[in-house]
Write a protein that binds this ligand. Structure first.
Ligand SMILES: *Cc1c(COP(=O)(O)O)cnc(C)c1O
Length: 490
């Protein structure tokens, strides 16, 4: 093969415009627009020039070959350029609220409500009756009231036994406002209720949640002064009591979320904290983190306090995420005593932390599913409620289809976790697909699955790849089977 002088090779290249106008690319031009195709042609040609100048392409025949596939190269380049970076993946990890995979998938009704109310104008802040400006929180506050109001008799007044004189006071309503995420909710609560004053927190609850949410840092940003009490493993109600002074603005309780303290431990009950807060007339705020609106005991998880449990016990304000156990969009919710919530709404920080119409739409649809008790409409809840037997049937159907000499696919017992900092110790029994391959390591297998389209994210454990169908939507089972089938072939 004779090599050619570089100038002669360069001369054979078409111009960017010539290339972008070849008939094979006409359909792409019509679909994606001429400028995107021209940009892709420019990238492809400059790559060829680079290959010529570095002697990678140094003969007529090599160049002819490259030129014959030029339209295809431009099309591939274009697809690569225009591909979304944010892509759907199949979550086969069995972690239902996986922060790295976008936490809760939203309900179909939430998606539909986003589409209908965000693609056009809406009454987001417009009162249709009066024709005047309205408040954006009314859309979800009314639903939160329906879900939470039957606890309002417990809130803002002491337990009747402790202070009978207050039992006859009118029931203060529970209000809810929405901010960007729970980190913002905690910041807003601390800044509104305790700026310049002290907040008492147990040393066992000075947690870091991940993504650099650390209680002492949030406290500092809110301009409240952290007053630590107790020790890492043991804090008594008397520790809180001793720390209360005229500087105290707030008692804060924080859900430990992603870890547990076991052994020689002590922590006052919510009821004890409520009693103390009432006696000394300081509000009690609880950062619940996950904040379930449905009874987790129904799926066998007993140690995770729900929003209703805390409000019923008399906590003044709870904060929780929209995209953890609630199963909705990313949001931070503050529910509690109407007078305290009104103060937070009036804080200028609230304006900076407010959410947009997409979030309200998704939240409203999700809450409506709760009102209708249609828990299966919320994907995260449906996944939690799946039985091991249902998952096992699907796993076995795939295992039967795929196993080969080279790729072993078997269904085995295992455990799924809720994730999102909820019930760190709780596990749900499941059936897993355990996959091993003769000539690939488990890590290489997992990488192959990640490289398929859509990417499949699995766990690697003891030399096997484990896929948990609890977090795989049933209509994705075929895609998983297809991807495994391809691994079995080559
Ligand atoms: C998850 C969590 C947060 C942070 O919530 P985001 O909605 O992710 O901002 C704060 N506190 C606790 C206890 C949590 O579990």
């Amino acid at each position: 093969m004779s090599t050619r002088a570089k100038p002669a090779l360069y001369r054979k290249l078409p111009s960017v415009d010539e290339l972008a106008r070849v008939p094979e690319l006409a359909a792409l031009v019509a679909e994606e627009g001429p400028s995107a195709v021209t940009d892709a042609a420019r990238v492809v040609l400059s790559r060829l020039r680079h290959e010529i100048s570095h002697g990678v392409l140094d003969s007529d025949s090599q160049l002819e070959l490259a030129l014959s596939g030029l339209a295809g190269s431009v099309a591939r380049q274009l697809r690569h350029d225009l591909r979304y970076s944010l892509r759907p993946v199949i979550n086969a990890t069995g972690v239902i609220l996986h922060t790295n995979l976008g936490r809760a998938p939203i309900a179909a009704s939430a998606l539909e409500h986003i589409r209908e109310s965000a693609a056009a104008y809406s009454n987001l802040e417009f009162d249709l009756e009066s024709g005047e400006r309205g408040k954006r929180d009314v859309h979800v506050d009314r639903l939160f009231r329906r879900l939470l109001d039957h606890v309002s008799e417990h809130i803002g007044t002491a337990t009747p036994a402790a202070q009978p004189s207050q039992a006859s006071q009118p029931r203060p309503a529970i209000s809810t406002i929405v901010v960007n995420n729970n980190a913002a909710a905690v910041l807003l609560a601390l800044n509104t209720l305790a700026e310049g004053g002290e907040v008492i927190v147990s040393r066992g609850e000075l947690v870091e949640i991940g993504g650099s949410f650390r209680i002492p840092d949030v406290m500092a940003k809110s301009n409240a002064i952290l007053r630590e009490v107790g020790t890492t493993n043991r804090t008594r109600i008397a520790d809180y009591e001793r720390a209360i002074s005229e500087k105290t603005q707030l008692l804060l309780r924080v859900h430990r979320s992603n870890f547990q303290i076991t052994g020689f431990t002590q922590q006052p009950s919510v009821e004890e904290l409520v009693g103390l807060a009432r006696k000394r007339n300081v509000p009690l705020v609880e950062d619940l983190g996950s904040g379930a609106l449905f009874d987790l005991r129904s799926i066998g998880v007993s140690d995770e306090p729900g929003v209703l449990d805390s409000l019923r016990a008399g906590v003044d304000v709870v904060t929780y995420s929209g995209d953890k156990l609630l199963g909705g969009p990313q949001a931070g919710l503050l529910s509690g005593r109407a007078d305290l919530i009104a103060g937070m709404r009036a804080n200028s920080l609230f304006r900076a932390l407010r959410v947009d119409k997409l979030t309200y739409a998704a939240l409203e649809a999700t809450l409506l599913a709760y009102v209708k008790r249609d828990h299966d409409a919320i994907p995260a809840l449906r996944m939690m409620r799946l039985s091991k037997e249902e998952i096992g049937k699907r796993a076995e159907a795939i295992a039967e289809r795929i196993g080969t000499e080279k790729l072993s696919v078997t269904a085995i017992d295992g455990e799924s976790v809720i994730g999102g900092g909820a019930a760190p110790s709780a596990v749900l029994r499941t059936r897993l697909l355990a996959v091993t391959c003769k000539d690939l390591s488990a890590d290489e297998l997992a990488a192959r699955l990640r490289a398929s389209d859509p990417p499949i994210i699995a766990r690697v454990d003891e030399g096997r790849v484990l896929l948990d169908l609890r977090t795989v939507f049933p209509d994705q089972d075929d895609v998983v089977a297809w991807a495994l089938g391809r691994l079995a072939e080559n």
